[in-house]
Each structure stands twice: as C-alpha cells, then as structure tokens.
Ligand binder design. Structure first.
Ligand code: NAI
Length: 410
C-alpha cells in the first residue's frame, strides 16, 4: 500500500467495525496505516444514529441494519463495507444518493460452498448420511445396495457463475462428467459442457446441483414438473437459495423413491437464531442431508472476507476505485505520479457533466486523466489534475448544484 502522505491523513480516518469482523481485516487496515474501532456486537438504529456522524468508514456483517435514517444522519460516511455476501441489510439507494459506495465479498466463500457440495455428492451416493443415522441408533446395516461410486457419473450444474465452475472442477477431479446450464453464455472450465435447456440438464444428470441467485425467475424453478424430468434414482442438491426448490415436491419425490437422496442447505424459511426450532417437511427422510445454511461458513471464508472487503475499502480511500461496489458506478484509474486526484460524486441530472467541464475549464487546470461512470441516479468522476490548481477545481465543484461530494487525494 502507498505510504506517502495524503490530503486526508490516515490517522484522521475514523473506521468503525461492528459484529466481530475477522482479525484479517483489522490487520489489513493496520498495515495500510489506519486504526480501527472494532466492536463485537451489532448496533441498533438509535445507537448508530448517535455514532454515525463522526464515522468515515463503517464495516458491518448481516445483523446491523443501515436504514435510510442512518444514511441521512451520516455526515462524513465515505463507504460501507459489508463483511459478508448479502447487502440487503443496507439501504443501498439511499447510500448511493449520499455518495456512499457499499462493498461486499462475493467470492470469498465460493470454494467453501463447492467443497461441501462435492462432499455431499459422495456421501449421498454411498448413502453414508443414512447409514450414519442408523449407526447412531445402534443399527449395523452392512450392504452395498444403493451405494455407487461417483466416478463416471454426470453432475448437472444449474447456474455457472462463481460457485458452479468450482463445483465442476472438483467433480472432474473425481472423474465425473460435468454439464451446466446458465441463462448467460459463460465460458466452461475444464471439460464442462453447456447444455441448451434446464430440461436437457435434468434428463441427463445423475446429480443436479443448484447455484443460481434468488430472482423472480429462479423462484420454485425446481418443482414437481422439473423433478419429474430428473432420472429415477438421481440426487438433488441445493446450496443456493431456499426459494429455488419446492420442498413439498421434493419430499414427495423422495418418499416415492423417484429421487435417491438430497442435500439441502438453504430453506424458504430459516430460523432467525440457533435457539429456534428448525421446522421442515424434509426432517426424518432417509438419505437427506440437512445443513443449517453453512455452505459458505468456514474460517477460511471469514478470513478471506475480512481481506477482500478491507482491500476494497482501502482501495476506495486511497485511489477512489469503486470496483466491487454494489450500488455505485464502477471507476478505477491507475494512480498517476505528480498529479492530484479529484473524486467527484454528483447527481446524474441533465447538464451536470457540462457544468463540471465548464468550471474545470475556467480554472485552466491541466487534466492528465479522466474517467466517468454513471448509475441511474449518480455519476462518479475521477480526474487527475495538476497539483497547482487541484484545490481550486475542488472548490468550484463543491459549489455546483448537482455536487454530492468531492474529495481530493494526493
Ligand atoms: P453468481 O451470481 O456468481 O452465479 C449465479 C449464476 O446463475 C450466474 O451465472 C447467472 O447467470 C446464473 N443464473 C441466474 N438465473 C438463472 C436461471 N434462471 N437459470 C440458470 N442460471 C441462472 O452466484 P454465486 O456466487 O455462484 O452463488 C450462487 C448461489 O449460491 C447464490 O444464490 C448465493 O446466494 C448462494 N450462496 C450460498 C451460500 C451458502 O452458504 N449456502 C454461500 C454463498 C453463496
């Protein structure tokens, strides 16, 4: 990380991390010259309203709710880091209108999900989960009936984004054939083969594993009709989102032995706390592995989330790069020597850009690099300008009606 002095001294940046964020993030900030306030629990809206006016960078996990009121009360909030995958706990549009990008860690637990998926493929193929349950009840059921190797079998991956290809790579290492179906055209890894329809994938696969996001199109995308198209004796895995599979249809197909097993990690309704009972029609069915939404929950993933999100936040502080922000125009420019960087966030209204260009031209500043990206409501402009006039440029931009925030970096 760049250790040269900046226009905004690192010791003045107030970083508040909540919910026991992994030490890897704290160490990363420390190495970059920032100190953090690290608290273990989540904060209520009232507590946040009190603290937020003095915070520049806020780090949360999934429990802290960043409401529009919290965003509006923040006076200096430069960025929010969600040290998790989901960002629906943050009022994203309000944050964008406030000029505050929100970063998350979409890739950090990819491998963890893929590993659990593959482990379950093998366990289910050997009926090991069922046999283990029986052993705990004192039943010794030594038999090869219904037990198969996975080598030479076909796994069909629905959703070939981050996790899907990792599952495919691991499956190939076990000698499996890999098919995938995605609504987007995506490059296969290894020997994986795309198929042209979900139906084709369901008909050809011995294992079907789901790795799609939750969207209106994926809601109940695997119901009675789709399960009916799967091979008799095949196995279904869902470690994606709980709404994707119709669990009553799955229960029916397992009970009448059309399917030989299932692994389900995510549910339409999940207990809010570990104290709540888990209720599901799948409880008690043999050869069904049920896990409490832990596909991505490993210590490696937590560590990697800490590094990934703190890297994004440090990058934004030091260079203005918004790559990875979920609610913000994406801009990244290499840092130029001998120039000052002006970061301008403005409302994306007609004439905003021509006004910006006009005031810059009036200062006579020399612009060595410039990049603009816009989003429905906001525009984000990064400019590298000559050191002599950078402050003047900022002062002019600050006064424009469309200006949300202008920051100077050097
Ligand atoms: P991703 O966004 O990288 O990939 C999803 C893929 O699904 C994309 O390529 C997309 O084009 C495709 N897709 C979307 N709609 C589709 C449809 N109707 N039919 C076929 N393909 C479709 O997502 P990623 O990171 O691979 O995650 C996949 C799922 O796993 C997500 O739902 C995520 O929330 C979930 N997840 C679950 C975890 C757990 O603990 N069980 C942990 C991490 C992610």
């Amino acid at each position: 990380m760049n250790s040269s002095p900046t226009s905004f001294p690192r010791e003045k940046v107030s970083i508040l991390l909540l919910e026991g964020i992994h030490q890897s993030a704290i160490e990363n900030f420390d190495r970059a010259g920032y100190s953090v306030i690290n608290r273990s629990g989540a904060l209520s809206e009232e507590d946040l309203l009190e603290l937020i006016p003095n915070v520049h960078i806020l780090g949360i996990r999934s429990k802290t709710q960043i409401t529009p009121r919290v965003v509006e009360a923040s006076q200096h909030l430069l960025a929010i880091g969600c040290f998790c995958i989901g960002t629906n706990q943050v009022a994203l549009e309000a944050a964008a209108r406030n000029g505050t990008p929100v970063f998350n860690a979409p890739f950090s637990n990819t491998r963890s999900v893929a590993e659990l998926t593959i482990a379950e493929v093998v366990m289910l193929s050997r009926r090991a989960a069922h046999k283990s349950q029986l052993m705990h009840q004192g039943i010794w059921d030594k038999s090869a009936t219904g037990s198969y190797e996975v080598r030479g079998k076909t796994i069909g991956i629905v959703g070939y984004g981050n996790i899907g290809p990792q599952v495919g790579i691991l499956a190939e290492a076990l000698g499996m054939h890999v098919l995938y179906f995605d609504i987007k055209k995506v490059l296969p890894l290894g020997n994986a083969q795309p198929v042209s329809s979900l139906e084709e994938l369901l008909k050809r696969s011995d294992f079907v594993t789901l790795h799609v996001p939750e969207t209106p199109q994926t809601k109940s995308m695997i119901g009675a009709a789709e399960i009916g198209k799967m091979k008799k004796g095949s196995i279904l895995l869902n470690l994606s989102r709980g709404t994707v599979v119709d669990l009553s249809a799955l229960q029916h197909a397992l009970s009448n032995e059309h399917l030989a097993g299932a692994a389900i990690d995510v549910f339409p309704e999940e207990p809010m706390t570990n104290a709540e009972e888990f209720v599901s029609e799948l409880r008690g069915i043999p050869n069904v592995i049920l896990t409490p939404h832990v596909g991505g929950s490993t210590l490696e993933a937590q560590r990697s989330i800490g590094v990934e999100v703190s890297d994004s936040l440090i990058g934004f502080l030091e260079t203005g790069a918004s790559v990875g922000a979920v609610n913000f125009p994406v801009v990244e420019l290499p840092v130029l020597e001998d120039s000052h960087r002006v970061l301008n966030i403005h409302r994306n209204i007609p004439g905003a850009l021509s006004e910006i260009n006009r005031v810059i031209a009036e200062t006579g500043a020399n612009i060595s690099a410039q990049y603009l990206s816009t989003h429905s409501e906001i525009g984000y402009l990064i400019m590298d300008v000559g050191p002599k006039l950078s402050r003047e440029v900022k002062q002019h931009l600050d006064k424009l009606p469309a200006n949300i925030r202008t920051r100077l970096l050097f």
